[in-house]
Design a protein around this ligand. Structure first.
Ligand SMILES: [Zn+2]
Length: 293
């Protein structure tokens, strides 16, 4: 009984929308961060002991470009990490997509004097969800930030994790910041956010476009810094996910199973074979079954 009423309250809070954002931003303890030096001018800030989202920092003579800004309460921790290697101001923050664990810090980044940029789709998702810290700059397919002699290229190739994912190429250093289009490790499996415009089918072709870019090192949205070869493996796993769901759809429909039985059977396979957790299941399962008939 009690559990049910707590669940009802929780669902009511989600329906209130704004309350949900407040919960996800403030309902968590402060995180502990550490910084990894990737090249002379590129740093990655990650959480110690968790697979929360990563921040990439590009240092130029004229200021900093950040990729992603984590949650609002993470702001002071991010700034403290940055101060360990530079006193330069933050000029731009690139949002790889609209999710709160990448954009929750936007409002405070405006306070640092930064401009915030994302794809047009990611920005629209933030407007629709009435999220704080809406980007002031947006682009359709491809743009560049030129700052302090550095050329930072932004690409929006198509749908993957959402409909608005951007990858960021720092070409001179052959480093790519991928956002959640690529996550590294079995503990952060592929998350197809259909409500956010994601697509299992297009994910693979979007990655094919990314893999044509010239880079050696990838800073994933979540998980440890990796190599291009790891992204190639991840791309293969997006094919395996699609083939498995499509194959099961055909097989179970052929056996005249009910939609509930099909959902149950495919869900179990995704959890056991592809390590899908509650987030992957709630955001991705129904959409993937419908998309991969
Ligand atoms: Zn995300």
């Amino acid at each position: 009984m009690r559990k049910t009423s707590i669940l009802r309250l929780f669902l009511a809070a989600i329906l209130l929308g704004g309350v949900w954002v407040a919960y996800t931003q403030q309902g968590r303890p402060p995180s502990v961060f550490k910084t990894n030096k990737i090249t002379d001018d590129i740093y990655e800030i990650e959480n110690v002991g968790s697979l929360a989202s990563n921040v990439t920092v590009v240092v130029t003579d004229e200021g900093l470009v950040l990729v992603d800004a984590k949650f609002d309460p993470d702001h002071d921790g991010i700034m403290a990490q940055i101060k360990t290697f530079t006193n330069k101001p933050i000029k731009y923050v690139i949002d790889t997509h609209h999710h709160g664990d990448h954009t929750g810090g936007n409002a405070k980044m405006f306070g640092e004097g930064a401009q915030i940029i994302s794809s047009e789709e990611a920005r629209q998702n933030m407007v629709d969800a009435k999220m704080p810290g809406i980007p002031t700059l947006a682009f359709e397919k491809h743009t560049h930030i030129y700052l302090g002699g550095k050329n930072i290229a932004l690409y929006h190739f198509g749908r993957s994790h959402t409909n608005g994912d951007t990858v960021v190429l720092i070409g001179a250093e052959r480093v790519l910041a991928s956002g959640d289009m690529y996550t590294q490790g079995a503990d952060v499996p592929q998350l197809i956010d259909y409500a956010g415009g994601g697509s299992a089918k297009e994910w693979t072709t979007t990655l094919d476009s990314v893999l044509k870019l010239n880079f050696d090192t990838v800073i994933p949205g979540h998980g440890p810094v990796s190599k291009k070869a790891d992204m190639v493996k991840f791309r293969q796993s997006t094919v395996e996910v699609r083939n498995r769901i499509h194959g099961l759809n055909v097989e179970l429909n052929g056996q005249k199973k009910s939609p509930a039985e099909i959902r149950d059977a495919i869900g179990k396979v995704m959890m056991s074979e592809f390590h899908w957790g509650p987030l992957q299941m709630s955001r991705g399962l129904d959409g993937a079954i419908a998309e991969l008939q």
